[in-house]
Design a protein around this ligand. Structure first.
Ligand SMILES: C[S@@+](CC[C@H](N)C(=O)[O-])C[C@H]1O[C@@H](n2cnc3c(N)ncnc32)[C@H](O)[C@@H]1O
Length: 285
């Protein structure tokens, strides 16, 4: 356990919770980073995976009296924690009908944290069916996402792992860029930010910030700067030709030929990719 974690309030609440709980040691600093702004606020916080109830007691103390703490578990035994002031739902996080029932009862919530079964279908269903019901400014937090790499019990790595689903969400939020020339989807209209920690993925929901992007220029004039993006290869030679034959930026047949050679040459793309491939390989070292 690192010494900074030991100093965190959330860690001491975990250690002193009156019921058993088990979490990974890196999670406490993530909790502090993403959840501290909700302390003492009137929020609805939902945790999937109740077990003995240890983490529910931790959350109750952490968020304070104004927060409503809700637990969800498939194990009917969890219901007994209602006598401690928690609202408990017994249901299956992979089941669409359960989620319809849950949100019909509870309405929109602020935060949903998934510490349930950790299988692809369970994690993906939680995000997919909860997304319409998270308030703007809220979060969906999925724990134990390292199961996306584990064969035993979790049937991963797979095309349909939770991490691959999350990567698709990244593609989806880029629809907000006009460069993609794609229509906004429900996901791209709701999810503002995706954060990847080791074993935790956080989706920040805010439809107010999810608009179609557009370029904006300031009031000053573009005096001289041109983009040197394509001057990496033979940049000097290109400048010499510029001087000798006049600017290659003029619209002419000659310009088009030169641009083909110096700018859009597949050879340059190939050279780039050879370098990138080496960097990709270094990623694994
Ligand atoms: C890791 S434990 C939760 C621990 C608890 N959050 C804590 O820190 O004290 C996982 C729980 O998820 C529940 N669970 C497993 N699959 C589920 C499912 N499909 N739907 C709802 N709960 C599920 C299990 O019954 C178990 O109690």
């Amino acid at each position: 356990m690192n010494k900074d974690t030991k100093k965190l309030l959330i860690y001491s609440l975990f250690k002193n919770s009156k019921k058993y709980s088990i979490k990974w040691s890196s999670y406490f600093q993530v909790y502090e980073k993403i959840l501290s702004k909700y302390k003492n606020k009137k929020i609805k916080f939902v945790e999937i995976g109740v077990a003995n109830g240890g983490s529910l007691f931790m959350w109750k103390k952490y968020f304070g009296k104004k927060a409503k703490i809700i637990g969800i578990d498939l194990n009917p035994g969890a219901k007994k924690l209602e006598k401690n002031g928690f609202k408990i739902y017994i249901g299956n996080q992979s089941n669409k009908k359960f989620w319809s029932y849950f949100y019909k009862k509870e309405g929109k919530v602020d935060i949903i944290l998934d510490d349930g079964g950790h299988k692809n279908i369970q994690q993906i269903s939680t995000v997919h069916y909860s997304l319409p019901y998270i308030k703007d400014g809220g979060k969906i937090i999925v724990e134990d996402t390292s199961t996306s790499y584990v064969k035993k019990e979790f049937n991963n790595p797979s095309k349909y792992s939770f991490i691959n689903y999350s990567k698709k969400v990244i593609d989806s939020i880029h629809r907000r860029s006009p460069l993609l020339k794609k229509k906004l989807s429900f996901y791209s209209k709701k999810i503002f930010l995706v954060e990847f920690f080791e074993s935790i993925v956080v989706f920040s929901i805010d439809s107010r910030k999810c608009f179609q992007n557009k370029e904006v220029a300031n009031e000053a004039k573009n005096e001289w700067a041109i983009d040197y993006r394509n001057n990496e290869y033979f940049g000097e030679l290109k400048s010499k030709l510029d001087k000798k034959y006049g600017s290659l930026n003029k619209r002419s047949f000659f310009r088009r030929i030169i641009r083909k050679i110096f700018y859009r040459n597949f050879m340059f793309n190939l050279l780039d990719n050879i370098k990138i491939k080496k960097i990709f390989k270094d990623l694994d070292n």
